[in-house]
Design a protein. Sequence first.
Length: 321
Amino acid sequence: MQGTAIAQPNIALIKYWGKRDVALNLPAVGSISITLRELHTRMQVTFDDALETDTLTVNDAPDEKMLPRLSACLDRVAGPDRHRARIASQCNFPIAAGLASSASSFAALTVAAAHAAGRSLTTAELASLAGQASGSAARSLLGGFVELANTDEGIAVDTLCEADDWPLAVVVVAITETGPKAVGSTEAMEISRKTSPFYSNWVEQQSADLDTAREAIQDRDFDKLARIAEHNCLKMHSIMWASRPPMVYWNAATMRCLETVRTLQAHDFGVFFTIDAGPQVKAVCLPEHAAEVVVRLRATDGVADIMVSGLGQGARLEAAT
Ligand code: DP6
């Protein structure tokens, strides 16, 4: 009746932004991401018939806010008649700051809950369940470079390249703000879909961007991947900027980090940026250039902290109990 799983967050290089079905949480577009190694969420789920309600602790402190979304995920994995559960989450990076903590949380929760419920599920089934909780969570089930495809049935995840097969990337996360974000991505996506004049172009162009990124990964072509990832990221943010109300996640330090990346690129460093629904800048770089990227981003005015990660593996059970 207990399962413990670990999952790493992922960073999208070709972004998921927008839903085709809100009730089923199906994305409007496919996406490609890299799963990180050093950042993680560990989830322990214990079904216990003595409990009257589900309980949640995050880093040992009780948390009521996240609980309904986690309980709904447990209902989908274990059925609505399940025993109530004790959920304990440990996360070694800031939550709700644009670092995809929901991805690692729901990937780990899905794997832990399936084990605790005695269900042996395929990756496709786990992806569907994790994706209903949070679209990006389905990608954290797998390691390395991961594609999430839209299919007639729903979604499918696949590894494009294992972490060890192209250990190109070190991700340097420049933290420019540690508070929670103003508008969560779930809500922001819907505002974009309903109000942004650029939204339909975004959806139409996504499969071409996915093709380009897939080719770049297959050919191990860092420059090509850099160009398409930056373009796709800036396109996603321009949708938000043109929404009503406008949603601008960047701050002045975010912009200064982009300038730092541009300066490094001008000096032939293998690095590119991507930014999600938060002010942090993720610099993806060649391992041999990581040390310099860290130094330059750390010295960028307004950067509060730096985290460095290589590419990691997918969600997995920690211990069979
Ligand atoms: C900007 O997966 O958090 O990080 O499905 O509503 O939970 P929900 O959204 P979520 O959105 C992630 C958005 C993004 C881009 C990405 O990770 O692809």
